[in-house]
Design a protein around this ligand. Sequence first.
Ligand code: SF4
Ligand code: SF4
Length: 366
Amino acid sequence: MITKKAKFLRVLNNVYFKKNEPVSIVHFLTNRCNARCSFCFINFDDPNTFKNELDLDEIDKLTKNLGSSLLNVNLTGGEPFARKDIEEIAKLYIKNTTVQSIYVTTNASLPDRVESFAKNIINYDKNIELTFQISIDDMPQEHDRVRKISNLFQNCLDTYQRLKKIDPRVNPVVSITVNHENCENIEKIFEYLTNECEVKSIKCTIVRDEGVYKTPDKKKKKIFEAYSWLTNKINELQKEGKLNNYNTNSLQGKLHNQKDKISWELIKKMYLEPKYISPCHAGSLFGIITAKGLVYPCEILEEKIIGDLRKNDMDFMKIWKGSIAKKTKEFILKTNCNCSYECALTYNILGNWRYQPSLLSSIIKY
Ligand code: SF4
Ligand code: SF4
């Protein structure tokens, strides 16, 4: 997982003790998207939403100032492939930072672009791992209706199958977001994907209130039940070897597998009755960069902006180690901030002593 690029001891020291450099960043490359999902957090009605994206020169500078512990970047949006320079952006992260893996979240409406990106990036760096999270939330017709793009479901499958054939370092994963539109139908969708579409890697997330989206209260219980069913089913099929979300022969794969299980259980405990379970390391090990260059600890605390990269000469670490970041971290710890945001939970689990025995035993017994 950790190669000589990101120095092993330095990363461990940061993750378990110092906690002052990001290990993972979510970078929203754009707010543009050709879909219009009913549960999207983006305000597509505001024309300012699409303006002032960071350009390549700015991203070049930014990536030279991301510390020495960064292991992963999640390139997302909007639809990240709406940016024609996504390949150059990924190369800047590889060239200028210590990332080992790049995670790309896509609606997969542009299979040619996604495939060409994957091929070019793995040829650019022989060690980089690429994961593509392909969003599929419903049966074909419904998926196309909810996302408002014709033939989208077919394009998702096409993208998934093309990526599967490229290289073991390219991992396409279908991701189901359990939401108010699909929660009644989750079993049918899952069976269809696994039996009819031959999808062999499926993950899931639970929809959350964010931006302009608010979960209808009357649907919350149903969403919770569907999420519980789905996570149990994924777990069961992974044990039977019918789903392979990770390479369980690798240390990294085993750890991520166990981390997912812990994360699902935490979310189930917190979703209907939000409560504090363990400290959150957003703002420490994990952070967000918006399309316009604003830095936040996470996607949820929208009022807790830590800094504006453009006003700080694109120097991320200056913002990350500055006084506002320090106050934000104190706020998160003092208020026992809690939520069901999976990205942050990943690094909360990996950076928390409490979960280490479970992670370690998964390595030994799997
Ligand atoms: S595909 Fe993603 S970014 Fe695009 S509208 Fe849907 S949820 Fe929003
Ligand atoms: S608990 Fe959730 S809302 Fe609070 S800082 Fe962490 S990710 Fe953000």
